[in-house]
Design a protein around this ligand. Structure first.
Ligand code: PLP
Length: 369
C-alpha cells in the first residue's frame, strides 16, 4: 500500500525543506568526503570553521546585516535569551529599567524573566486577551529605559507585528523566533534580534543572536559566562561547544532560502499561503473564527476555532481526526488556547497550504448541510 503523504503544520520544531533533509541524509555518514559526520566533528576543526563562516555569511547576505552587528549561534533556546537579554542589556543605563510590550505568551514569559534583573515596565494597559497589539498611542515609554522589547510574532496566539515599534531613541530588542527570515527586516533599526532556529530556519538546538557591537560589554556581573555576549562574541560563539549539527542544518536552510528567492520570496509566499486560510475563515459565516485582530493576524501561525466562536470541542476533535487521516498533522492549538493552529513556516509549500484550505472548505460544506 502506498504511504500517504504527511503534511506537517506543527508550530516547532517544524517542517524542514525536503531538499535540506535529503542533503543532510546524503552527508550524514561522510561530510564533504572527509570520512566523518558533522555529528562527530570537532567544533575547532577547519571543516567546522568553514560551516560556521558560510552560515554567518549567508545570514548576513539574506538580511543585509550591517558590519557593525555581531552574529552569534548560541544554545539555550529562545528562553535562554529571555534571560540573556536583560542580563546583558538592562545595565546599559543606570536605572536598570526595561520597557516591554506584552502581546502573548512569549513576551509575557520574557518580561517575567527580566524582572529578576531589573525594573520592568509593561508600556501599555494590561490586555484581557492576546488578540491585538495595543495601539501605540496608549504606550507610555520610560525615559532612560535600557531597551524596549517585543515579540515580533507570538507563536501561540498568532499575533504578528507588521510594523517596527518606535522607541523614541531607546534600543530596540525583538524576539523573531517564529517569523525569522519570512520577510525582509531593516536590522539597523534594532539593537538586538534573536531567533530560535526550530521554526523557520532549521532544527532545535541553536539560537541566532544578532547584536549591535556597541551594546556588547554591559553584562551584569552575575551573568553566566555562556550567556555573556562579550565572551561569546569574542570567541565567535565557540566559548563552549556550540550546537554544531544544528548550525550545519541552519546553513543548509539558509542556502535553500537563498536559492528560492531570498526573504522577499519568502514574504510573497507567506502572504499567499496565509491568505488561503484566512479567506476561508472569513467567508465561513462564523463556522471558523480567528480571534485575532485583522491588523495583526500572523502569516506564520493561524489559530482558529471550529463550529462556534468559542469552539465546539466535539467538532474540533472531528476536524483534527479527519485532518490526520488525510496526513495533515500537528494542527492542534496550543494547550493554553485550544482549538486549531495551522503553522505555515517557510518550508510549508503553497500546495500544502492549498491542501489544508481545500480540506477546510470540504469540512465546512459538510457541516453546513
Ligand atoms: N519565542 C517564541 C516566539 C517562541 O515561539 C518560542 C517557542 O516556541 C520561544 C521563544 C521559546 O523557545 P525555546 O523553546 O527554544 O526556549
Amino acid at each position: 500500500m502506498e504511504k500517504k503523504q504527511t503534511i506537517n503544520f506543527g508550530a516547532g520544531p517544524a517542517k524542514l525543506p525536503q531538499s535540506v533533509l535529503f542533503q543532510a541524509q546524503k552527508e550524514l555518514m561522510d561530510y564533504n568526503g572527509i570520512g566523518i559526520s558533522v555529528l562527530e566533528m570537532s567544533h575547532r576543526s577547519s571543516d567546522f570553521n568553514k560551516i560556521m563562516k558560510s552560515t554567518e555569511t549567508l545570514l548576513r547576505e539574506l538580511l543585509s546585516i550591517p558590519d557593525n552587528y555581531k552574529i552569534m549561534f548560541l544554545q539555550g533556546g529562545g528562553s535562554g535569551q529571555f534571560s540573556a537579554v536583560p542580563l546583558n542589556l538592562i545595565g546599559l543605563k543606570q536605572d536598570r529599567c526595561a520597557d516591554y510590550l506584552v502581546t502573548g505568551t512569549w513576551s509575557s514569559k520574557a518580561a517575567k524573566e527580566a524582572e529578576k534583573y531589573g525594573k520592568v515596565n509593561v508600556v501599555h494597559p494590561k490586555q484581557d486577551s492576546y488578540t491585538s497589539i495595543p495601539t501605540s498611542s496608549s504606550w507610555s515609554l520610560t525615559s532612560g529605559a535600557s531597551y524596549l522589547y517585543y515579540c515580533c510574532n507570538e507563536t501561540v496566539h498568532g499575533v504578528e507585528f507588521n510594523f517596527i515599534p518606535d522607541t523614541h531613541g531607546a534600543v530596540l530588542v525583538s524576539d523573531m523566533s517564529s517569523n525569522f527570515l519570512s520577510r525582509p527586516v531593516d536590522v539597523s533599526k534594532f539593537g538586538l534580534i534573536f531567533a530560535g532556529a526550530q521554526k523557520n530556519v532549521g532544527c532545535a538546538g541553536v539560537t541566532v543572536v544578532i547584536v549591535r557591537e556597541d551594546l556588547i560589554g554591559y553584562a551584569l556581573k552575575d551573568c553566566p559566562v555562556v550567556l555573556d555576549y562579550q565572551v561569546q562574541a569574542e570567541n565567535n560563539s565557540l566559548y563552549n561547544t556550540p550546537p554544531c549539527f544544528s548550525i550545519y542544518i541552519m546553513g543548509l536552510v539558509l542556502d535553500w532560502i537563498k536559492n528560492n528567492g531570498g526573504v522577499d520570496a519568502m514574504e510573497t509566499l507567506s502572504k499567499k499561503k496565509s491568505s488561503m486560510i484566512y479567506d476561508i475563515i472569513n467567508s465561513s459565516n462564523g463556522f471558523y473564527t480567528c480571534p485575532v485582530d485583522v491588523l495583526c493576524q500572523s502569516r506564520m501561525n493561524i489559530p482558529f476555532r471550529v463550529g462556534k466562536a468559542e469552539g465546539d470541542e466535539a467538532v474540533e476533535k472531528k476536524f483534527l481526526e479527519r485532518a490526520s487521516n488525510l496526513g495533515m498533522i500537528s494542527l492542534k492549538g496550543h494547550r493554553s488556547v485550544g482549538g486549531i493552529r495551522a503553522s505555515l513556516y517557510n518550508a510549508v509549500t503553497v500546495e500544502e497550504a492549498a491542501a489544508l484550505a481545500s480540506y477546510m472548505k470540504e469540512f465546512l460544506k459538510e457541516h453546513q448541510q
